[in-house]
Design a binder for this molecule. Structure first.
Ligand SMILES: [Zn+2]
Length: 181
């Protein structure tokens, strides 16, 4: 399989609502393997199908916590959100070079299928809970900047565009993406 390319802000693929996976087969597992590769290469902690131009409800996550080795979520559904929220720095592999404080629920319960079609349920908190909310958003065409005020969003988009212009002219090194999905 050809190497997967990450779609960047402005790509219509990022705004489409992804389709439910109906068959978990080798083709899907090849896609998943490619998604892990693309995520690690970009130094991200999560990646969703639409971010590689594939309109399928598939996520890969690795927040590098010992208690939670990397895992795949197919057709994930958030079945419970905690009562508390918190703001923390968040970035996105599809909008590299910028980040913002985003309010998310501190705990989340998700149900999904793994790459072998086995259903599982996971209660997550902290960075993992944030990452799951960020990635599930991608399946519905939602980006982290959509959670910001209109003013903050337009400032961030402006900054992103100038960052991209500088990068294209080769005048700047991109800092490694941290906590990006
Ligand atoms: Zn993202």
């Amino acid at each position: 399989m050809a190497e997967l390319k990450i779609e960047f802000f402005g790509s219509p693929a990022l705004r489409r609502k992804a389709k439910e996976v109906v068959e978990i087969d080798d083709e899907l597992r090849t896609l998943i393997a490619g998604m892990y590769e693309a995520m690690y290469e970009a130094e991200g902690v999560g990646l969703a199908g639409p971010q590689v131009g594939v309109s399928k409800r598939v996520l890969v996550i690795d927040v590098k916590e010992e208690a939670h080795p990397r895992f795949t979520l197919i057709n994930p559904k958030i079945v419970d959100l905690g009562k508390e929220t918190e703001k923390d720095e968040e970035g996105c592999l599809s909008i590299p070079g910028v980040s913002a404080l985003v309010e998310r629920f501190t705990t989340v319960t998700v149900e999904a299928l793994d790459e072998h079609g086995q259903p599982f349920r996971l209660e997550a908190e902290g960075l993992l809970a944030r990452c799951i909310q960020h990635e599930v958003d991608h399946l519905d065409g939602v980006l982290f900047i959509d959670h910001l005020s209109a003013l903050k969003r337009s400032m961030l988009v402006k900054k992103y565009k100038s960052t991209q212009a500088e990068e294209a002219s080769g005048s700047r090194d991109r800092p490694p993406a941290r906590r990006s999905g």
